[in-house]
Unconditional design. Structure first.
Length: 70
């Protein structure tokens, strides 16, 4: 398993695990980052990433991205 930040722009993968403290997991789940969801990397800027998930675009920082495993 690798963090979501390892995806290249245009790549799609399935989320296998959402880790971190409970409040971090709940925050990520509220954005749509749940196990089994498809996620597509849109772009990466200075370590922060923009992804497409559940028909929405979401920007997260590299610290949040390391809690999402694909």
């Amino acid at each position: 398993m690798m963090p979501i930040s390892m995806l290249k722009p245009g790549e799609t993968n399935t989320i296998k695990k959402v880790g971190g403290k409970e409040e971090t997991r709940k925050f990520l789940e509220s954005l749509g980052f749940v196990e089994g969801s498809e996620v597509t990397m849109i772009s990466r800027i200075a370590g922060n990433i923009i992804v497409s998930i559940k028909e929405s675009r979401v920007a997260i920082d590299k610290n949040m991205a390391c809690h999402i495993g694909i």
